[in-house]
Ligand binder design. Structure first.
Ligand code: PLP
Length: 394
């Protein structure tokens, strides 16, 4: 690998395209003749204006973001988005009008498909809401562990009544459990009058998305889009409209979680994470060159190689996630014993394949295959899986 790099299968912060890192390196000390690094540059300068506006414009083109959606770069990570989505939605005029009509507080719907959507739910509870759990996918898996590996059929989902529900929230790719829920399954099940809020932190930009089916999309950058420190919100503009009572409600939203505060100042009401946004802008250009359809084919191909190996030796490589919900970004599996798992991870490291340990809450093996991972990375990994199986089969 160039520059003595390793095969980095980290779940995040994760691998970036080498061509992007090279460009960053080239411009690190003197960005395009300005005599300074982007890190050292005023965010009020014309040069930086061009960077952040270019980032937004490119992202809009790549994702085909309709004009009636705002694109915001802000801080607070994916986790900041948990609280922000709840607070901003409950401050919006449409939700407050609906609440007035109902005569009591609206509920909000959460699909719990893994740790991250559970995090969103807990945040809503913490903020004093009474969220409704539409489904909780936790149950005993094929491997015996109680975990998330599937969703119940739509007919069993307990969606609230549209007139009583402020929004529906879900996480499309559960990074820890390797459960990915197709957007269409959720947006088709939800009444079109209810905005769908989606956490796409770990699969954003890995395939085309029909933005107009969503009220808001939140995503931390550090998996498919750039370095840690910046997160992205794409929100339908009418959900940022507020009446006087909404303005009053917003007094309880700290400015740094208030989407309107950012949307009305081009993401720069205060100092943005300048360097992280700059690196994202280069990744967006890279994604535009690749095309989202090609990136989708790549994610299917990369993860497909690993899943094929799991399916070829199911007694050895034990994939707990139901086929339909298998994540194309984070493939999780267990080996027959914890000792074999430790040996697998140690032997892979000797071949420069690192960060294979499952999340500390679930154990096992997890291989994260984000946008910047070439197909070759998955091929090298699968070759190793084959050899390890031959040497250690039961
Ligand atoms: N949502 C998802 C899907 C994630 O994978 C993560 C982190 O890995 C988060 C939210 C939390 O993001 P952050 O650590 O930026 O707060």
């Amino acid at each position: 690998l160039p520059y003595g790099r390793v095969w980095n299968f980290s779940a995040g912060p994760s691998v970036l395209p080498v061509s992007v890192l090279e460009e960053v390196q080239r411009d690190l000390l003197n960005y395009k003749g300005t005599g300074m690094s982007v890190m050292e540059m005023s965010h009020r300068s014309k040069t930086y204006d061009d960077i952040i506006e270019g980032a937004e414009a490119t992202l809009r083109r790549v994702l085909k973001v309709p004009d009636n959606y705002a694109v915001i770069f802000l801080q607070g990570g994916g986790t900041g988005g948990f609280a922000a989505s709840y607070l901003n939605l409950f401050a919006c005029k449409a939700v407050r009008d609906k609440q007035r009509k109902l005569g009591r507080q609206l509920s909000c719907d959460y699909l719990v498909t893994g740790s991250w959507s559970k995090g969103g739910l807990k945040e809503a509870q913490r903020l004093g809401g009474r969220p409704n759990v539409v489904l909780d996918g936790v149950r005993a898996t094929k491997t015996g562990a109680v975990s998330y590996h599937s969703l119940p059929p739509v007919s069993e989902w307990k969606l609230g009544k549209p007139e009583e529900t402020a929004f529906v929230y879900y996480c499309e790719n559960e990074t820890i459990h390797g459960v990915e829920t197709p957007s269409s399954l959720v947006v088709d099940a939800v009444d079109p009058s209810v905005p769908v809020i989606c956490d796409m932190s770990s699969n954003m930009l890995s395939r085309p998305v029909d933005i107009k089916r969503f009220g808001a999309i939140i995503a931390g950058a550090q998996k498919n889009m750039g370095p840690a420190g910046v997160s992205l919100v794409i929100v339908r503009k009418d959900l940022l409209e507020r009446d006087e009572a909404g303005v009053e409600a917003v007094r309880s939203i700290p400015s740094v979680l208030d989407w309107l505060y950012y949307a009305s100042a081009g993401s720069m009401p205060h100092t943005p994470p300048t360097f992280a946004i700059y690196v994202c802008s280069l990744v967006f250009k890279w994604a535009e060159e690749q095309g989202l359809e090609a990136l989708e084919r790549l994610r299917q191909a990369r993860s497909g190689l690993v899943y094929d190996m799991i399916d070829a030796h199911p007694e050895f490589y034990r994939g707990p996630v139901d086929r339909y919900y298998r994540s194309r970004m984070n493939v999780v599996f267990n080996l027959p014993t914890k000792e074999l798992e430790a040996q697998f991870i140690a032997e892979a490291a000797k071949r420069s394949m690192i960060q294979l340990k499952g999340h500390r809450s679930v154990g096992g093996v997890r291989i994260s295959l984000y946008n910047a991972m070439p197909l070759e990375g998955a091929q090298v990994f699968v070759e190793f899986m084959k050899e390890f199986y031959e040497a250690n089969r039961l």
